[in-house]
Write a protein that binds this ligand. Structure first.
Ligand code: PMP
Ligand code: GLU
Length: 398
């Protein structure tokens, strides 16, 4: 049957973050003794106030197609909340609601790139960025960032990329980031936003972890720091991470109205509209969910600290301190030789086989020396996972 497949389809593999999460769940369901710190997904239940909004929407009969760009009350609420938050004016016509922030990013890439265009993707990157770019016929230009710049894009690195013969069309930026959990400081982000303005390229600012920021760090959006880039920027966020609503599938984008119009046109043909009931639930989240959101953030911060304390005593590894999101990205490359692993995929296979621990290989994020742990898990699972990781590392670092 493979001969019916298009070349494009043949080159596409499933998302490893999703498939390993499913694998861990599957093994557990079969009664295997595994712990998975795979998914970037809050383990809390969706707050009741949000669920009630959805139930009421069903009772009212909000069960039909909506406008392709999403229901007006939600677009209005997003526009109002973000105009205030970003200090830059957005109206409902500048907002497109989609089937998760993942889909918002795909729509934005569709609206802002042509086949053959190059897109700057900063590694370590979220696993889906390069594949989305490739599906659209554009080309990911991976910019490898290192410990030296704390995995951040600096003005020097950015300018160097811009001075290459082929000018990139777009920069993908993500702060707080997945998988490194880094948060750009205000002045760092402002410098990048200024270069975006001068260079005339466009920007997708993926701010899905905007509310998940820890003590000593602050979230900033490039659009609030340099408002002149508003019309060349698509700001993406959503309710998945902040309100524990991953399965409801609601994300949104804020853009210049012409860009928003084309994103909605694409969505109209590709999916019709986002789920009607989930949109009403997302409206409740934005209007009434702030308290529950903050309670969950506080809990994540506790878990980050617990995780950090346990990692501190494990030898032979290195990791950046998470400023936001919910990941520890850990350099385990010193152990590769000792445990006879060729790469991060091999290393993770061994962790599973020997310790029943499932985590994501850094190779999925363009950083093969590292592995990613999600700390969006119960304290019990974090402790069990770290017992196993510690055993594994101790066995091979002696
Ligand atoms: N961006 C990043 C960096 C992410 O980690 C995720 C998580 N899935 C998303 C976007 C998409 O989130 P969702 O589609 O669940 O809204
Ligand atoms: N973004 C989350 C992660 O990286 C969820 C899975 C996905 O959509 O990639 O684990």
């Amino acid at each position: 049957m493979a001969d019916v497949l298009s070349k494009r389809a043949r080159s596409l593999e499933p998302s490893l973050t999703l498939s390993l999460t499913a694998k861990a769940k599957d093994l557990k369901a079969k009664g295997e003794n595994v712990v998975g710190l795979t998914a970037g997904e809050p383990d809390f239940d969706t707050p009741d106030v949000i669920k009630e909004g959805a139930i009421e929407a069903i009772r009212r009969g909000e069960t039909k197609y909506t406008a392709a760009e999403g229901i007006l009350p939600l677009r209005k609420a997003v526009a109002e909340a973000y105009s205030e938050r970003l200090g830059v004016p957005y109206g409902p016509a500048d907002v497109v609601i989609s089937h998760g922030a993942k889909h918002s990013i795909y729509n934005a890439l569709f609206a802002l790139t042509d086949p053959g265009d190059e897109v700057l993707i900063l590694s370590p990157y979220w696993t889906s960025y390069p594949d989305m770019v490739k599906i659209l016929g554009a080309r990911p230009r991976i910019v490898e960032l290192t410990k030296k710049t704390e995995f951040k894009l600096t003005p020097e690195i950015f300018q160097k990329q811009l001075s290459r013969k082929k000018k990139p069309r777009l920069l993908m930026l993500n702060s707080p980031s997945n998988p490194a959990s880094i948060v750009y400081r205000r002045e760092e982000l402002e410098a990048i936003a200024r270069i975006v303005l001068e260079s005339g390229i466009s920007l997708i600012s993926d701010e899905i972890y905007e509310h998940l920021v820890f003590e000593g760090f602050e979230h900033h959006s490039p659009v609030s720091l340099v408002p002149q880039i508003r019309n060349r920027t698509v700001v993406v966020s959503g309710v998945s991470k902040s309100y524990s609503m991953t399965g409801w599938r609601v994300g949104y984008a804020l853009a210049d109205k012409d860009v928003a119009y084309r994103m909605a046109a694409f969505q109209a043909h590709a999916t019709g509209c986002p789920n009607s009931i989930s949109q009403w639930a997302a409206l409740e989240a934005i209007q009434k969910g702030a308290e529950a959101r903050e309670e969950m953030r506080v809990e994540f911060e506790k878990r980050k600290n617990l995780f950090g304390k346990r990692l501190e005593r494990i030898p032979s590894i290195w990791y950046p301190e998470p400023g936001g999101a919910f990941y520890y990205l850990v350099d385990v490359s010193k152990l590769y030789k000792k445990c006879n692993a060729k790469n991060s995929f091999d290393f993770c296979d061994k962790l599973l086989a020997e310790q029943g621990l499932v985590v994501i290989p850094g190779g999925a994020f363009g950083c093969d020396k590292m592995i990613r742990f999600s700390f969006a898990a119960s304290e019990n699972d974090i402790n069990r996972a770290l017992d196993r990781f510690e055993n594994f590392v101790k066995k091979y670092s002696s």
